[in-house]
Design a protein around this ligand. Structure first.
Ligand code: NI
Length: 193
């Protein structure tokens, strides 16, 4: 059973290696990721956010199962970044925290979908922003790393609260011990990367 992990869980800082194979277990992981994303009212969810070191994210800009289009981006690569704009973002791994982040307004994205089809698209607007946010996750980068100085000051207290809560949990939960997280990530990497 997967669940969405919250900042500052160390897996959120893991830089994922490309995925080399897809099997039925990975397909069910992806289905579960969509379900978790919808339940949390998100539009994108990266594998790091469910404690998996896999270079993929799921997305549906409609945020609802029976609306919009479900897309799985496997091994995404971003290029041709153009323009920039500051907009408010949030993240399912930092629930309740929002902040303005400056990002490119248009990008090219290359990736593979679950059935092996290649994605090669120029995208812009909210889709581009979501892809940049989720691809950041796969590199261990969070939107709070990209806040302006003012945004950082505003977010500081909430970020400290997340850190304290995690420390409390980590004291009680063996799954949150660094060596156990490390072993878990290595096991999944050995299987798929
Ligand atoms: Ni996020």
């Amino acid at each position: 059973m997967l669940k969405i992990i919250e900042f500052p869980h160390p897996t959120l800082r893991h830089k994922s290696k490309p995925i080399k194979r897809v099997d039925s277990q990975l397909r069910s992981v992806i289905r579960e990721m969509f379900d978790l994303m919808y339940a949390a009212n998100g539009i994108g969810l990266a594998a790091n956010q469910v404690n998996l070191p896999l270079r993929l994210f799921v997305a549906n800009l409609a945020g609802k199962q029976d609306e919009g289009e479900e897309i799985v981006f496997i091994n995404p690569v971003i290029s041709r970044e153009r323009g920039n704009e500051e907009r408010e973002e949030g993240c399912l791994s930092l629930p309740g925290l929002y902040g303005f982040v400056r990002r490119s307004t248009s990008i090219r994205v290359n990736a593979f979908t679950l059935d092996g089809t290649e994605i090669d698209q120029e995208v812009s607007g909210m889709l581009a922003r979501m892809i940049l946010h989720e691809t950041d996750h796969l590199d261990g980068v969070l939107f709070i790393d990209r806040l302006s100085e003012t945004g950082e000051i505003t977010a500081r207290d909430t970020i400290e609260t997340f850190k304290r809560n995690f420390e409390d949990q980590a004291r009680r939960d063996p799954d949150l011990q660094p060596q156990n997280i490390e072993a878990h990530l290595r096991e999944w990497e050995a299987r798929y990367c």
